[in-house]
Design a protein around this ligand. Structure first.
Ligand code: ADP
Ligand code: MG
Length: 894
């Protein structure tokens, strides 16, 4: 029979089976039972045991109350949910009442210490629509996301045409910390379940996603009758996902809902689409190195462009990079703003000084709206707002429309600032008060009386010594009797009549007076009443300030925009970027282009600029305009760098940034595909030929005339003959049928011959000079095909012993005659390039020599893991046959 205390714990725990329950007892949050074991392991706490009544010893691990945020943050970062159970009735007789006040989950944490300053933490929800019976795939999908630290809330819906890539791309952009899905989906073996597997999923009850009840829930939340104003009236699945988010937040941390005053239905067709692999290949916000810790943190486009001065500006810049835009007018507006900043050094300096150290006003404003802001935060908000008038002033007279608009959106919120400065006490003065004197007469009076009482008590000793003439008289305090007057034995005869005796001690007696007791009660009571009144007034102040959240958000949004533009402008000036010319045609003309990231990380070495002419009409001898570039050259010559540089310049143009080039004319793209061939991507452990083909097939199916395709050494995951044939087929298809702007890099110089047969394909090569048998990479892209691969020279540069490279050079000469050539005629291709991995088929001779021959013919250097497995399988088949065993009786066959 559990004790009542244990019973209480078990009851609460039963309601949060999937969370670790942090249970407040006195000055600690305790974890019990299995939770204790988990917490002790994850947090390196000592696991002890505690008796919950006779005979019942349970495991226990605890953390001090003041440190719960730090510990909880660590648990949440490891993917746990932590339910915080607090005491909700004052300690007294019997059991203290306890309740779970909130549940910390990866997608809903808002505590400043638990959040990365420069990136968002998103909670997402995915609602799956009815299935098409023919394909088994959903007809539509809704996605909603929320950033609870600032109150951003948005939703989107796609139909079957866009699926699943639109969902996958959007999730890759958001990288949500937590994704809500219906519990049915969590169990399902559906394709969607596979798409969502990379994310931390939180299953929710099926009905959370029911569109109609979600609609009603959202209407109730916003206090409206229809969702028309939010643009999601005809988007039942977007609505369902948004509704699930509201329901979830209401359960885990209801006060956060106050922040969500708006829902924004959007459309992903306005953005350039890149999938997760492309983002990684281009290293836009994250480095592609697997050993990310070893690579420089600066090796991303974001790090190169980020000179922001506020966390909200940094977050916006990151968002901007992840949302390249397809609308030319919107981009020109941004470019105008940046151009003006680039031209006017005084504007840059003035804005820079104002934004420096401004702090995270966006999250501060949200903390206010949540009712969670402490005085220090309110004062920081007020001081930030104090700079707004100067920002408005600095923007006065600006020509760019985007700057004028930002200026108009900045509201210095003088009333709020005033209120904060009048109301909130400076914590550094350590008065112990949150509110300033003069803010509330009632509070001041209470504080006045209390301090008058304290003064009276403080003065009591000298007053009584004077009155009684007892020099050794003392006023003291203890927990049991409160204040007392102590008189030593020799002086007891001089004690006045109004003293009443309370306690006898070894050296004398302790007394009280009626007035002392009265004052004492007053003092005690006063502190409680002051705290209560101050708490009330402070909450009311927060509520009043919270009302202004929409105003604050607009202001803060404008400041964040200015910060992100200023960052792009500052980097443009420092690195001599130029304004790109945006076009609606398929131009991709870059003069003197550079790789923004490599250029910034090359130490002392000069980066060699290169040109690009694709889809341009200016190159007179190209009719029709060239669409694809086949770039050959040996390893380490600079092919990958060049390809990425072209993609990054295009991406930068489409976020409205200046670009690292002397001049660039960019026909806006709808999607960017970027694929790195298997060998270049070996470290990821994904180097199977099959995967490479699946991805190439995807590009062939989805690229349009407006797309940009970057293929770096694709087709290397198999033996050279296959690789060449496939590479050729892919290029032909992209060039001839699709007409996408394509850059294809390969060290198979044999492929270059293709350029002669395909009119819209141009052959280029990395220029290499040879001196004394050494290859010197000039890093220059020039017309024509590379004629050999310099593999031996590269090996020598890499430090292979001389005798090895010499022997290799001899071998190479011997084999030159037998070198592999490109297939004469174009290979035929089908809708699905679902190429089959090679297999060693053939009659099962069962002869030792045959087996030996088969084994001997394997090129271990060129074989991929998948091929190796297939090979092993076929060898085993033969072996089994030669032993007279049937494969079905083999012990390891299912
Ligand atoms: P490849 O793909 O041909 O093997 P990479 O593009 O990986 O070659 O380039 C190898 C190295 O050469 C890069 O890491 C970079 O440091 C350097 N490099 C490439 N292009 C340039 C350039 N244009 N200017 C200066 N250095 C370059
Ligand atoms: Mg390369």
């Amino acid at each position: 029979m559990p004790t009542p205390a244990r019973r209480q714990y078990l009851d609460i725990k039963a309601r949060y089976p999937d969370a670790l329950l942090a249970y407040n007892i006195g000055d600690f949050y305790e974890f019990f039972d299995h939770d204790a074991e988990t917490a002790a392991r994850e947090l390196h706490l000592t696991l002890t045991a505690r008796s919950f009544g006779p005979g019942e010893l349970v495991p226990l691990a605890g953390v001090p109350t003041h440190a719960i945020e730090v510990y909880a943050a660590r648990l949440v970062a490891r993917g746990y949910r932590v339910a915080i159970c607090d005491q909700v009735s004052p300690p007294g007789r019997g059991l203290v009442r306890r309740e779970v006040t909130r549940v910390l989950t990866p997608g809903t944490v808002v505590e400043p210490g638990m959040l990365a300053p420069a990136r968002e933490t998103y909670l997402a929800a995915v609602a799956i629509g009815r299935r098409d019976p023919a394909t088994g795939l959903p007809r539509s999908i809704g996605l909603a996301w929320a950033d609870a630290s600032v109150g951003a809330f948005a939703c989107v819906q796609w139909s079957a045409d866009d699926l699943p890539h639109a969902l996958q791309s959007e999730l890759a952009r958001l990288t949500p910390a937590e994704v809500l899905i219906s519990s049915g989906l969590a169990r399902d073996d559906t394709p969607e379940a596979a798409w969502l597997r990379p994310y931390s999923l939180s299953p929710c009850p099926e009905d959370a996603f029911e569109p109609e009840s979600a609609r009603i829930r959202l209407c109730r939340h916003f206090g409206v009758a229809t969702l028309a104003a939010y643009g999601c009236e005809r988007l039942p699945l977007a609505t369902a996902a948004a509704g699930a988010i509201v329901q979830y937040i209401a359960q885990v941390n209801a006060p956060l809902l106050a922040l969500f005053s708006d829902l924004h239905a959007y459309d992903t067709h306005g953005y350039v689409e890149l999938d997760a692999r492309a983002w990684r290949a281009l290293e836009v916000v994250e480095s592609a190195r697997v050993d990310a810790s070893a690579s420089q943190p600066g090796a991303t486009l974001l790090a190169t462009l980020d000179a922001t001065r506020t966390p909200m500006g940094a977050r916006l810049l990151r968002r901007t990079l992840l949302h390249p835009v397809r609308d030319r007018a919107a981009l020109e507006a941004r470019l105008d703003a940046i151009a003006e900043m680039v031209e006017r050094i005084s504007l840059r300096q003035r804005l820079g000084a104002l934004l420096d150290g401004l702090g995270d006003l966006e999250r501060l404003a949200a903390r206010v709206a949540q009712g969670a802001a402490v005085p220090r935060e309110l004062l920081a908000l007020a001081s930030g707002l104090g700079r707004a008038p100067a920002v408005i002033e600095a923007l006065t007279g600006c020509a760019a429309a985007a700057l004028t608009e930002a200026r108009a959106e900045i509201d210095p919120c003088a009333d709020l600032r005033d209120l904060i400065e009048r109301a909130v006490a400076d914590p550094s003065e350590a008065t112990g008060r949150r509110l300033r004197p003069g803010y509330s007469a009632a509070l001041d009076e209470m504080v006045g009386t209390a301090s008058e009482t304290r003064r009276w008590i403080a003065a009591l000793e000298s007053v009584e010594r004077e009155r009684t003439g007892i020099r050794s008289l003392k006023v003291g305090y203890n927990k049991v009797f409160g204040y007392y007057i102590e008189v030593t034995r020799p002086n007891l005869d001089r004690v006045p009549d109004d003293y009443s005796r309370r306690q006898t001690i070894a050296t004398g007696e302790r007394f009280v007076t009626a007035e002392l007791k009265e004052r004492e009660a007053q003092a005690l009571h006063a502190e409680e009443r002051i705290a209560a009144l101050e708490g009330e007034l402070y909450a009311a102040l927060l509520a009043e300030l919270g009302q202004a959240h929409p105003r604050l958000r607009r202001t803060v949004g404008a400041l964040a925009r200015l910060d992100s533009w200023l960052s792009l402008a500052a980097v443009a000036v420092a690195r001599r970027y130029t304004r790109p010319e945006l076009a609606d045609d398929s131009a991709l003309e870059i003069i003197g282009g550079r790789h923004p990231v490599i250029e910034a990380t090359l130490d002392g070495v000069e980066f060699i600029p290169n040109d690009t002419h694709l889809g341009s009409l200016s190159d007179a001898d190209e009719t029709p305009p060239m669409r694809a570039m086949l770039l050959t050259g040996p390893n380490m010559a600079g092919k990958s760098t060049y390809l990425r540089q072209v993609a990054l310049i295009t991406l930068m143009a489409q976020i409205g940034s200046f670009v690292p080039a002397q001049r660039a004319r960019i026909g806006l793209v709808d999607r960017i595909f970027a694929r790195v061939g298997a060998e270049d991507d070996l470290a990821r452990g994904l180097s199977t030929f099959m995967l490479e083909m699946v991805e190439t097939a995807f590009i062939l199916r989805h690229a349009t005339t407006r797309s940009l395709v970057i293929l770096d050494e694709v087709g290397r995951g198999t033996s050279s003959a296959d690789g060449l044939a496939i590479a050729q087929a892919v290029i032909e298809r992209l060039c001839v049928v699709t007409g996408a702007r394509t850059l294809f890099a390969t060290h198979y110089h044999e492929l270059a011959g293709l350029a002669e047969t395909l009119p819209r394909l141009g052959a280029w090569r990395m220029e290499v000079a040879e001196r004394d048998g050494q290859a010197i990479f000039l890093r220059r892209v020039v017309r024509g095909a590379s004629d050999h691969s310099y593999g031996v020279q590269v090996a020598r540069m890499a430090g292979l012993p001389v005798d090895v490279t010499t022997r290799a050079a001899t071998l190479l000469r011997e084999r030159l005659d037998a070198s592999m050539a490109v297939a004469e005629s174009p290979v035929s291709y089908h809708e699905d390039t679902g190429a089959q991995p090679e297999r060693l088929e053939g009659p099962l001779a069962g002869d030792e020599r045959e087996l030996a021959l088969a084994l001997a013919s394997v090129n271990l250097v060129a074989v991929t893991p998948l091929e190796a497995l297939n090979l092993l399988f076929s060898l085993q088949q033969r072996a089994l046959a030669s032993l007279g065993m049937s494969s079905s009786t083999h012990p390891y066959r299912e």
